[in-house]
Design a protein around this ligand. Sequence first.
Ligand SMILES: Cc1cc2nc3c(=O)[nH]c(=O)nc-3n(C[C@H](O)[C@H](O)[C@H](O)COP(=O)(O)O)c2cc1C
Length: 169
Amino acid sequence: MEFTELIQKRYSVRAYKSDPVEKDKLDHILEAARMAPTAANRQPFRLIVTRTEGRISDLKRVYDRDWFFQAPLIICACAYPEKGWVRYDGKSYVDVDVAIAMDHLILAAANLGLGTCWIASFNVDAARDVFGLPEELDPIVLSPLGYPKDQPSPKERKALSDLVHYEIW
Ligand SMILES: Cc1cc2nc3c(=O)[nH]c(=O)nc-3n(C[C@H](O)[C@H](O)[C@H](O)COP(=O)(O)O)c2cc1C
């Protein structure tokens, strides 16, 4: 897809077909995340790819929405806080790094006709347990990955004038 069309077409998919995600497509999507820029090129993230089949009761503990485990795969994007770049004033950029990698992944998925949905309101303790995360790894965002079964709604966005302030002319 042309880039402008891609960013218009990507939407939060909240109904999925159970059709499998082809391995070459998954590899392509993960490679897009690998190419993401990170602060000081620290690459302080880890993507956990989980199959949903046979794991519904576990996954319900993480995020209790039927559409969450309809897709064949779930991606859990995690940060290594100790490995990320920290600014002089103490601000860590690990969450930004994870978000950029996840956005690359999500746009690459949309470009292949696959659906995703950013999920932040999950149960962190359950995610740690279900995805087997070590203590040094923080789960930041989840997404199902699968073929969409729903249709996008019209995009609701603020006007550009509410989001941009020009100081240069
Ligand atoms: C950081 C982040 C966290 C989000 N968390 C959730 C979530 O927990 N559950 C959910 O259903 N959608 C979640 N969303 C999806 C947003 O609601 C959605 O992106 C927004 O309403 C715009 O709609 P669109 O993605 O279809 O363009 C999240 C999005 C972002 C970027």
